[in-house]
Design a protein around this ligand. Structure first.
Ligand SMILES: [Zn+2]
Length: 301
């Protein structure tokens, strides 16, 4: 079964992770723009980051047979840095036009500050202007109230639910998100918050419609193989293959294809790996023999 991780920060991960993900069946990812841990001190830092998401990282993924898409936006954490926000939003507006950008995100609430209200509303407006979906981060503290407030803001802003992915759901929020008509993402964390057995329980209760799972793997303690591990947990719990495939493959494709920049038919064809290729003169190799797997040879590795 082919797998899609719809929320993973590959910039923070290694080539070993890419290779392991491909071996586990992951052939496509979406990387949302986010916070780097170290707060950025000026808006211009974001331009190189956005360029890397649509350029180098996309190339790096391709070198391991993985198709890479991204979402661009000003993350909620840094929405609270007043000196940079206007400059970053100008860049977001510019870069939303680029190939491989399939949504505005991740945007949303962290502390639920007035600044976050303003930046979220402005980016939702941008998504509507560009005809793109939005990918929404929900706060980890006071999740239920934060998710409710997010849904209220989106409704008041006139953001269509079918173009909205609300992420980091759990047992407290899933029902209200599904009722709103939005798509519902679930991050599976190692040793905290949502895990595989709880995700299985949610799928048994709510079914696969508009449901996705992701790893949100980044520079913190996280696991880039949480999508394959959750698919296996669902299989072990006798959830139908059809339902599993809907969650880990068809739903992310259906959601992000609404951007017009992701072709579902193309995703069915394995991406040929050619490590002889260069990106602006650079390669992922350090003198190793390049792996070359041409065409649709059912490659694995
Ligand atoms: Zn994230």
């Amino acid at each position: 079964m082919k797998l899609f991780d719809p929320h993973i920060h590959m910039t923070s991960r290694t080539t070993d992770d890419y290779a392991a993900m491909r071996r586990a069946g992951i052939v496509a990812v979406t990387e949302p723009a986010f916070w780097l841990g170290q707060p950025r001190t000026h808006a211009g830092s974001f331009e190189d980051y956005f360029l890397s998401l649509i350029g180098w990282e996309r190339f790096r993924a391709s070198q391991f047979g993985i198709r890479h898409f991204c979402t661009l936006g000003l993350n909620p954490k840094e929405a609270n840095t007043p000196d940079i926000v206007d400059g970053v939003l100008e860049l977001v507006d510019l870069y939303l036009e680029k190939e491989g950008v399939v949504a505005v995100g991740e945007i949303g609430y962290d502390d639920m500050s007035p600044a976050e209200d303003d930046i979220l509303a402005r980016q939702v407006e941008m998504a509507k202007n560009h005809g793109l979906p939005v990918m929404i981060h929900t706060p980890h503290r006071d999740k239920k109230a934060g998710t409710r407030r997010t849904l209220d803001l989106l409704r008041e802003a006139g953001m269509p639910p079918h173009l909205t992915l609300i992420d980091h759901n759990n047992e407290l929020t899933l029902e209200m998100v599904l009722e709103s008509g939005c798509w519902a993402g679930h991050t599976i964390y190692p040793g905290s918050k949502m895990d595989e057995p709880r995700m299985v329980g949610l799928v048994q209760a709510f079914g696969p419609e508009r449901i996705m799972v992701n790893s949100s793997a980044d520079w913190g303690i996280s696991d880039p193989l949480k999508v394959p591990k959750t698919a296996q947990a669902m299989r072990d719990a006798s959830i139908a293959e059809e339902a599993i495939e809907t969650i880990v493959w068809r739903n992310p494709i259906a959601f992000y294809a609404q951007s017009g920049r992701l072709d579902p038919a193309e995703l069915e064809i394995p991406l040929p790996v050619d490590q002889r290729l260069l990106f602006e003169g650079n390669t992922v190799l350090r003198g190793q023999t390049p792996t070359v797997e041409m065409a649709a040879a059912g490659s694995d590795g």
